[in-house]
Write a protein that binds this ligand. Structure first.
Ligand code: NAD
Ligand code: ZN
Length: 353
């Protein structure tokens, strides 16, 4: 679990105060990975104080993070600074938070990040790392994974050392998120709840968090009596609780299939989940019905026919990626999932998307 959290509008202003005691000397900088959408945005960046060798690195967010990109960022840090950084701070959405987590892990673990994609392969604790979400939904601020696309697969570095040491939850930072992106990333949270609550791995711990987040999502996306500020506050907490729920259970069908779309076509996590989830009424009837209602209420139209021109090899690649995520299927369907989830079943679903 994340050991330290602050929550509140304006809490981003406490960043300096939080970091100061963690500085290990003049040659051990704080490195701030910041979503490039904030480049030139003084409202946010003027509140990051740089001392000694501290540095801001803007992270592009058109594509999701790759293992090669992480290895390059780690090498850049090692070559530029004589000492290990005092801390790594990620300010942005799931992409930037995952970059910050992965770099902080790879600075203390030898080799390439692709070697650590999987469960509990990390040997050494990460550098002190801080997560500051600027968009809500993924739960990346609370999870024990950092999702990376490697040469062979799209899979997270899941470990007890992955979670942030400190998170700052300041809902005000999400005020300028574009509407469609707000919906896609918010729906990631909703799908986390549906997959966790309907999974065979469910237990009282994950259920408690999942139910709360599900309830918040209904309020945020279906009622129209929240102010913008209330909605931002609540979605930030839904994201946190949804993340806590899957931390102690697992995601399911939508995520497994969305990873296939992401790996082959570069479709991003949030929108990919939406595209898949829209077709999962056989697996999650209640959740999908509610999702369709939310989509309608916010006038969101999802891309159609993204698999229309794919050939057999390409479908097979997506199916291989999806099927390789065994814990997700086991959670969704049960121990005997292989009797129900055949290549044919997945092909038919992908053909609809
Ligand atoms: P994102 O990081 O992909 O960002 C989406 C877009 O929103 C970007 O264009 C970004 O620049 C913009 N944006 C972010 N904050 C903004 C703001 N305040 N104002 C205006 N624009 C803003 O979005 P995401 O959906 O949060 O993250 C998706 C990523 O998270 C994927 O790489 C996915 O694999 C990963 N993920 C990780 C976990 C985890 O547990 N580690 C869980 C789910 C998803
Ligand atoms: Zn997700």
């Amino acid at each position: 679990m994340v050991s330290r959290i602050v929550f509140g509008r304006g809490s981003f202003n406490q960043l300096d105060e939080i970091l100061a005691p963690k500085r290990n000397g003049r040659n051990a900088p704080f490195i701030f990975y910041v979503d490039e959408v904030f480049k030139g945005n003084h409202w946010l960046t003027s509140r990051i104080t740089l001392s000694y060798k501290d540095k801001i690195i803007y992270v592009p967010t058109k594509e999701e993070p790759k293992t090669s990109q992480i290895d390059q960022l780690v090498e850049d840090v090692i070559l530029e600074f004589s000492e290990l950084p005092s801390g790594i701070i990620g300010i942005g959405g799931g992409i930037v938070m995952d970059v910050a987590k992965a770099v902080s892990l790879m600075l203390t673990n030898k080799g390439q990040s692709k070697d650590y994609q999987g469960w509990d392969l990390i040997k050494n604790p990460a550098i002190y790392h801080v997560g500051i979400p600027t968009i809500s939904g993924t739960g990346a601020e609370v999870s024990r994974t950092t999702i990376l696309t490697g040469p062979d697969r799209k899979l997270g570095i899941n470990s007890d050392y992955t979670p942030f040491d400190q998170v700052i939850l300041d809902p005000e930072l999400t005020k300028d998120v574009p509407k469609n992106q707000w919906f896609y990333t918010g729906m990631d949270c909703f799908v986390h709840c549906v997959e966790s609550l309907n999974g065979t791995y469910l237990n009282a711990f994950s259920k408690t968090y999942g139910e709360k987040a599900y309830e918040l999502c209904q309020e945020i996306f279906l009622s129209d009596n929240l102010t913008e500020e209330e909605s931002q506050d609540k979605l930030m907490m839904a994201s946190w609780h949804g993340g806590m729920s899957i931390a102690y259970s697992q995601v399911g069908v939508a995520h497994a299939m969305s990873y296939g779309l992401g790996y082959l076509l570069g479709v991003k996590h949030g929108i990919g989940n939406c595209i898949v989830f829209d077709h999962l009424e056989d697996f999650y009837p209640e959740g999908v019905a509610m999702f369709k209602k939310m989509k309608e209420q916010h006038g969101v139209e999802l891309p159609q026919g993204i698999c229309a021109d794919l050939d057999e090899n390409q479908f097979n690649t997506m199916i291989d990626v999806a099927l390789s995520l065994e814990p997700l299927w086991e959670n969704a369907i049960g121990k005997n999932w292989k009797t129900k989830i055949t290549r044919e079943v997945l092909l038919k679903l992908y053909q609809k998307m």
